[in-house]
Design a protein around this ligand. Structure first.
Ligand SMILES: [Zn+2]
Length: 116
């Protein structure tokens, strides 16, 4: 480890049970990219290119979006749970209000390039 710490901010929205939208706020390559993290009951899955390349075959692989969701689940369980039953229109409004509350910082142990 070089000692350098890398942080990237994400917004995590729980759209429904077992489904989250993850938006990067610190994209340096154009506009923020949005990915969908879901669960199949025993692990989290992502639809980003990196996860599709590695995560499909490696059950232990987690991309940065999954890390962000795990972080939210670990620290913001109450907030995330409350979005679950909201109706769609309400949900969007409430999610907008909660963007700040759901922001998470993900620190990378080694290098962000390994997670993107
Ligand atoms: Zn991902």
């Amino acid at each position: 480890m070089s000692g350098a710490e890398w942080f990237e901010r994400f917004v995590v929205w729980q759209m429904e049970e077992g489904k989250w939208i993850v938006l990067s706020l610190d994209s340096t390559r154009g506009k923020p990219k949005q990915y969908c993290v879901t669960t199949n009951g025993y692990r989290l899955l992502c639809n980003c290119p990196h996860w599709l390349k590695k995560g499909v075959e490696d059950p232990n692989f987690v991309c940065k979006h999954i890390v962000a969701v795990m972080q939210v689940l670990g620290t913001q369980t109450e907030v995330v749970k409350r979005t679950k039953t909201a109706k769609l229109e309400d949900r969007i409004k409430k999610l907008e209000e909660r963007i700040e509350a759901l922001e998470v910082d993900v620190s990378y142990a080694i290098n962000p390039a390994n997670y993107s």
